[in-house]
Design a protein around this ligand. Structure first.
Ligand SMILES: Cc1cc2nc3c(=O)[nH]c(=O)nc-3n(C[C@H](O)[C@H](O)[C@H](O)COP(=O)(O)OP(=O)(O)OC[C@H]3O[C@@H](n4cnc5c(N)ncnc54)[C@H](O)[C@@H]3O)c2cc1C
Length: 803
């Protein structure tokens, strides 16, 4: 084994082999993969090899499409067959909700260029004659489903990588990792040490253990997974087309395997494997079968597909594979560890492995993944993902793999975990809570305890009128909202403002003022949107998205100078309350000595005030788009502040409101938000944030790309629409049609109660954006007229905010 390499990839499963191949393809030849045993010795060897393009996150779906298209390329380079069988497959629906879900998945597939088709039960039965039609309501056909040979795929990647210059060392375990002062790594193995510039943790079943070598606890857990293979079936004799299906309500997937069928299940009572430590001596082993555990799925399977029962079970496979809490991979560089990369938690290696390898290799070679990989970024998790939290969430995710998650459905595992001091106060007001980053936050308020439950639906739910009443209170009187669920940072030091000016696209505000600012990457794309509050010359308070805290910190740390600036995350040290509505000023004025008149404390002001006895930062700003204030206090003061505002607010018509109402109101103002309207695939001018980019100030990251985008106008345009919807609003990811063609996609949608209309924001090509008419938005399979909005639907001139 060589003693030096630019990159050491740890792990020769399908993911490590793909990363290795993609690194050579990107031009890095001095790359070495170290495998503990033989290639495929973790989860890979016993996988069922199924693959599909459909994924809840369109950006992950694109990478799945890429993976499937890649197999031809690696077969050609390596001469190794991947055993690809593109059979096409059907997804069966037994309920109306599932059929609606399939229609939405098909609609989403439209702007990804997928040719998905909704078919009748009879058509489905022609493609999949084993089904008993009486259990089903319809299906979706995907021509690009199929399966591969896991051994073949992994070896094809590995051989193609070797042809590209990579080396592979087998039967050698990495036992430790040590970082030197210059940032390079000593990779300590059973066969000697290798000094490497970069290390990639692609250790699959052992990725947690490799993470622990560098002091991190990755949020992944392996679950046992069983599939069985039936005896030969007369029904399959002479069939040319192979059968492939998912039966959601039965919670099973099926495909032809030679003369019989392979049937796997994500059972409700899933069992984790090696909850704390994965044994190093686990090799190409299988786990003991437990058919009792999957008995309910088998029973449904045999009822839905009667011929399976008659065929009998020939073989059962029970093997472990890893999941992150949300079921998506964990990839990227790890905050705080220079040149340490992860590519793990990949639960669908044969659909996702290629995309993971591509994105990670680009990130390593070019400094940017080249695609929107937020949904897979390791930085989307923070300190709340303890071992036990991960355990609870992974179990839940596994057991719900084939369940619908409704847009208004809040999952219950690992909750409540983190609460703010006013949690019980809000609960007493009949708050319905959501979980976000492990933290409880109010979504809406019901009139009574009995009604404080969401009826899950794709359509307007029981919460609709109550959210409407909350919006009316904000429009006509004053609403009180908990805003603790934001990320917060304190940036201090003599170079704080100068540094922020380089990292942020807008100018840094003067003392006592607030500025909104996009953060851009080198390609001029949006990687954050912040509220910058200037406390003092050398002290700024930043508010951004909490889920992206590690994502931001990783970027900040990459660009921090050696001294002069200190960035401190303080999300839960400062919790917040917002009051919004025409009476909010009078309410706050009754509690502070400061003059709150617009002349003395105008829109976008920020100041330390005493609210009663509570020291608070007060900002005159509101995401509702009307008159409003945000108050930030240290956690110990939040209860007192809440009680004070509540008591004083009674005479002003105060009413609590939650995240649903806030979402509706920000859409009325066409205000975007991170991970929806603002993502690394959009530029600031495309996103309508051009007024927050200051091209006149000194150089900042992404400036030249932003200037070019301003000049060209960008390829896309974020547009607001009023939608002629009836009982279901757009949610996000619906296609936008123009003149009978799909031209774009919705990023957010909701009913705007203050304006009495269904609203949506979405991106379309700039060339189409000017067309005043001819737009439609497809909601649950039906197209609705969508009228472009010239400005915000509510208070377009912004007079209320500034009044
Ligand atoms: C029963 C079953 C059925 C499945 N069916 C499908 C399916 O139909 N479709 C699909 O897409 N996916 C399926 N999967 C999931 C699929 O197997 C995984 O997504 C995939 O194998 C993950 O690959 P990996 O490379 O991340 O991890 P692994 O396959 O676990 O590979 C990790 C490798 O790293 C090596 N390693 C670990 N630590 C070290 C160390 N310290 N030093 C050196 N080497 C080390 C290990 O020996 C191993 O070879 C299935 C899984 C199971 C168990």
């Amino acid at each position: 084994m060589k003693s030096h390499a630019k990159v050491v990839v740890i792990g020769g499963g399908v993911v490590g082999a793909s990363v290795l191949y993609h690194l050579t393809k990107a031009g890095w030849k001095d790359v070495l993969l170290i495998e503990r045993a033989e290639l495929t010795s973790g989860s890979t060897w016993h996988a069922a090899g199924g693959m599909h393009t459909v994924n809840g996150d369109p950006n992950v779906a694109k990478l799945q499409q890429y993976t499937i298209e890649l197999y031809k390329e690696i077969e050609e380079i390596s001469g190794q067959s991947c055993g690809v069988h593109i059979t096409g497959g059907i997804m069966l629906a037994s309920t109306q909700e599932r059929l609606d879900w399939l229609k939405m998945a098909k609609a989403r597939g439209r702007y990804l260029g997928m040719e998905l088709e909704i078919i009748s039960v009879d058509e489905a039965a022609e493609l999949f004659p084993l089904m008993d039609k009486k259990h089903f309501k319809g299906a979706m056909y995907d021509p690009i489903e199929g399966h591969v040979d896991p051994y073949g795929v992994t070896h094809a990647y590995a051989k193609a990588a070797q042809i590209g210059g990579a080396e592979i060392v087998r039967r050698t375990r990495v036992t430790d990792l040590k970082q030197r002062a210059d940032g390079s790594w000593d990779v300590i193995t059973e066969g000697g040490n290798v000094r490497a510039e970069h290390v990639v943790n692609a250790a699959g079943l052992w990725a947690r253990e490799v993470g622990r070598m560098v002091g991190i606890e990755l949020p992944i857990l392996a679950m046992e997974h069983q599939y069985l293979i039936t005896g030969d079936m007369p029904e399959l004799v002479g069939r040319k087309e192979q059968l492939h299906a998912i039966d959601f309500e039965g919670e099973i997937y099926l495909r032809q395997e030679r003369g019989g069928m392979l049937m796997g299940t994500y059972e409700r009572a899933g069992v984790p494997w090696s909850e704390v430590t994965t044994p190093w001596d686990f090799g190409q082993d299988l786990l003991a079968n437990d058919l009792d555990r999957i008995a309910p799925s088998l029973e449904t399977g045999f009822a839905h597909f009667p011929a399976l029962e008659a065929a009998g079970i020939k073989k059962v496979v029970n093997g472990p594979f890893t999941f992150a809490p949300d079921g998506n991979p964990l990839i990227g560089p790890v905050k705080g560890l220079k040149n340490f990369w992860v590519a793990c938690g990949v639960m669908a290696g044969f659909s996702q492995g290629g995309g993971v390898g591509l994105a990670l290799s680009r990130w390593m070679v070019d400094g940017d993944p080249g695609a929107d990989v937020w949904g897979m970024d390791v930085a989307r998790y923070g300190d709340w993902t303890t071992l036990a939290y991960t355990n609870a969430k992974v179990r839940e995710n596994y057991s719900r793999r084939f369940s619908i998650q409704f847009p208004n459905e809040e999952l219950t595992a690992a909750r409540p975990l983190r609460t703010t001091p006013i949690y019980d106060r809000l609960a007493a007001e009949h708050a319905v809570f959501g979980g976000y980053c492990g933290l409880e936050h109010p979504l809406w308020f019901a009139p009574s305890a009995a009604e404080a439950v969401d009826h899950v639906s794709f359509r307007r739910s029981n919460a609709h009128p109550h959210v409407g009443a909350e919006c009316a209170a904000v429009r006509d009187a004053v609403g009180l909202l908990e805003i603790s669920n934001y990320g917060k940072f304190e940036v201090t030091g003599p170079a704080a403002a100068e540094w922020l000016s380089r990292v942020m696209a807008n100018r840094v505000p003067s003392v006592g003022r607030i500025a909104l600012s996009p953060m851009l990457n080198d390609r001029g794309k949006l990687i954050g949107d912040f509220t910058l509050c200037r406390v003092a010359a050398n002290h700024l308070f930043l508010i951004g998205t909490y889920a992206a805290e590690n994502y931001y910190l990783r970027w900040f740390e990459r660009h921090l100078p050696p001294s002069g600036v200190n960035v401190r995350p303080c999300a839960m040290e400062y919790v917040g309350l917002s009051i919004a509505g025409p009476n909010s000023r009078a309410l706050l004025q009754s509690l502070v000595r400061d003059d709150l008149s617009t002349a003395a404390f105008p829109f976008m002001s920020f100041r330390r005030m005493e609210v009663g006895m509570v020291p608070a930062y007060v900002g005159r700003v509101s995401f509702t788009g009307g008159l409003g204030y945000e108050l930030w206090v240290t956690t110990d003061y939040q209860r007192a502040l809440y009680d004070l505002l509540w008591k004083a607010g009674l005479e002003f018509g105060i009413r609590p409101f939650g995240g649903r109402a806030l979402n509706a109101m920000r859409l009325e103002k066409s205000f975007g938000t991170w991970a929806r309207e603002y993502r690394p695939i959009y530029g600031p001018y495309e996103a309508g944030l051009g007024r927050f980019v200051d091209l006149k100030k000194d150089a900042f990251i992404g400036r030249s790309a932003a200037a070019e985008e301003k000049e060209s106008g960008g390829a896309l345009r974020l547009m607001g629409f009023r939608v002629d919807a009836t009982d279901a609003d757009a949610l996000g990811d619906e296609p936008i049609w123009h003149d009978g063609k799909v031209v774009g996609w919705v990023t957010s949608g909701a009913f705007g109660h203050r304006v009495g209309a269904s609203l949506a924001l979405g991106y379309v090509p700039a060339a189409v954006a000017g067309a005043g008419a001819g737009f439609e938005i497809e909601i649950i399979g039906e197209r609705h007229r969508a009228t472009p909005l010239a400005g915000a639907a509510f208070d377009p001139g912004g007079a209320l905010m500034r009044a």
